[in-house]
Write a protein that binds this ligand. Structure first.
Ligand code: 13P
Length: 247
């Protein structure tokens, strides 16, 4: 099963549901539809309406983040996994570089993952190196640390998907080479195996995925899907990614 996950970031109002309706229609007619799953993470403001609307349809709804405490707390503007789950979300991203750069430490992320799983959300755990770390050949060290500091075998690893998003690639149009990316995805799977003792994991790629870059990514069979930012805000661009992937 491959994943195509659209992360809207700070985008969307109620009527933006039209974008997802078109993608839902495409999926319902696509002969390859059994091979992949579509998830969208709109902002908090839209989760409930969208989750209700797509309840019996093809698109699953998730959250872009969740708070590090359990149910309710006195933290202004915080939204817990419990609250997210209660309005119908099935997934949550954790550890997106946008949130890491705003202060999400490994300790915080550990709590977020723990409470998300406890509240029956599947976790898309994001990792990735920055430009300087890449330049200094630190990519594998950074990724290994990001994984081992947060994940451990006591967690239900079956409900965790890892998304490798090199920070320098997000929104830049720059992508890793095919060999680099293949090697990195294999490395991540090896680390995950060491952490959990299990054999099979879903590892996605994110960073400037669009209809043309996917032609390269699809040659790497170890990639289990994509976390898509910019191109997920247009039904045509998102559908093009899926079409070109299965062409
Ligand atoms: P882009 O697809 O716009 O590069 O964003 C990737 C991303 O950050 C998804 O979470």
């Amino acid at each position: 099963m491959k994943y195509f996950i659209g992360n809207w970031k700070m985008f969307g109002v109620p009527k933006s549901i039209n974008i997802l309706n078109k993608i839902n229609y495409f999926h319902s007619k696509d002969k390859n539809c059994k091979k992949y799953r579509i998830v969208f993470t709109p902002p908090y403001t839209l989760i409930e309406t969208y989750a209700k609307h797509f309840k019996k349809k093809r698109i699953l709804i998730g959250s872009q983040n969740c708070y590090q405490k359990e149910q309710f707390s006195s933290n202004t503007a915080a939204v817990s996994s419990y609250m997210i789950r209660s309005v119908g979300a099935k997934y949550t991203l954790v550890g997106h570089s946008d949130n890491r750069s705003e202060g999400d430490t490994d300790e915080i992320l550990k709590n977020k993952v723990f409470f998300a799983l406890k509240n029956k959300l599947k976790v898309v755990f994001c990792i990735g190196e920055n430009k300087k770390q890449k330049k200094n050949n630190k990519t594998f060290n950074v990724l290994k640390k990001q994984l081992t500091k947060v994940l451990d075998k006591k967690l239900n690893m079956n409900d965790i998907i890892v998304a490798y998003e090199p920070i320098w690639s997000i929104g830049s149009g720059k992508i890793p080479t095919k060999d680099e990316l293949k090697e990195t995805i294999i490395f991540i799977k090896k680390v995950l195996k060491r952490i959990s003792g299990k054999n099979s994991f879903k590892v996605l790629y994110g960073g400037s995925v669009d209809g043309s870059s996917v032609e390269i990514f699809k040659q790497i069979r170890e990639i289990d899907g994509f976390l898509i930012g910019g191109a997920s805000k247009s039904s045509k661009k998102f559908i093009d990614i899926i079409k070109n992937y299965y062409r």
